[in-house]
Write a protein that binds this ligand. Structure first.
Ligand code: PRP
Ligand code: URA
Length: 209
């Protein structure tokens, strides 16, 4: 699939299998999402542009690599996207955070916005949108649209599981936004849930069902 990176690192795949298990506790599910967030962050930032800057070591002066440009923005889609944020911030502590509050209407499966707060200069930065689940893609499409309305042009999307239907729909709307995922699952069921999937990520993370 063009513009899709499946992160097949054994640690990611092992932890994802633990998360899929319906017997996994809320605490375990949340901890694993945190850990996978760190590993996915490593992959999604792999090709960030670098510049060479002069550094004085205790022994000499050298040109050394540094990440170029402004600090990144992590943009979790609430609620479940929050599960990635702390792990990602451990690797990139200076990143800014934009919160995008969306829920999926259970009948229509359309995304309903209830909150949006982003750094004022978000348009000047690389924004990494994150949500564990890319199902119908309605939420991800709406989140990216909202950021583009604010002038953002440099975007990436990270998820844990993606449905093939969701990937196709997302790229039909946003062909410029590359996706990183730990798995492309089989399909969506009649209720818009990813199969085999892991159930409702927000409910499993926060213990609300
Ligand atoms: C879930 C999930 C995604 C969305 C994915 O959120 O976290 O945001 O569904 O589905 P889609 O690709 O079909 O839009 P939900 O709406 O259940 O809200 P929650 O995170 O608050 O539980
Ligand atoms: N949202 C979830 O949390 N899980 C799915 O399988 C689909 C949407």
């Amino acid at each position: 699939m063009p513009n899709v990176t499946v992160v097949d690192h054994p640690l990611v795949q092992h932890k994802l299998s633990l998360m899929r298990d319906k017997a996994r506790s809320t605490k375990g599910f949340r901890q694993l999402l945190h850990e996978i967030g760190m590993l996915l962050c490593y992959e999604v930032t792999r090709d960030l542009p670098i510049e060479m800057v002069e550094i004085e070591t205790p022994l000499t002066t050298i040109k050394a690599p540094r990440i170029e440009g402004k600090k990144l923005v992590f943009a979790p889609i609430l609620r479940a996207g929050l599960g990635f944020v702390d792990g990602m911030l451990e690797l990139v502590p200076s990143a800014r955070v934009a919160h995008i509050g969306l829920y999926r209407d259970p009948q229509t499966l359309t995304a309903v916005e209830y909150y949006f707060k982003a750094p004022e200069d978000v348009a000047d930065r690389l924004v990494i949108v994150m949500d564990p689940m890319l199902a119908t893609a309605n939420s991800a499409i709406a989140a990216v649209e909202r950021l583009k309305e604010r002038g953002v042009s440099n975007l990436r999307f990270v998820c844990l599981l993606a449905a093939p239907e969701g990937i196709d729909k997302f790229h039909a709307h946003h062909p410029d936004v590359a996706i990183w995922t730990a798995s492309v699952d089989s399909h969506l069921n009649d209720h818009g849930y990813i199969v085999p999937g892991l159930g409702d990520a927000g409910d499993r993370m926060f213990g609300t069902k």
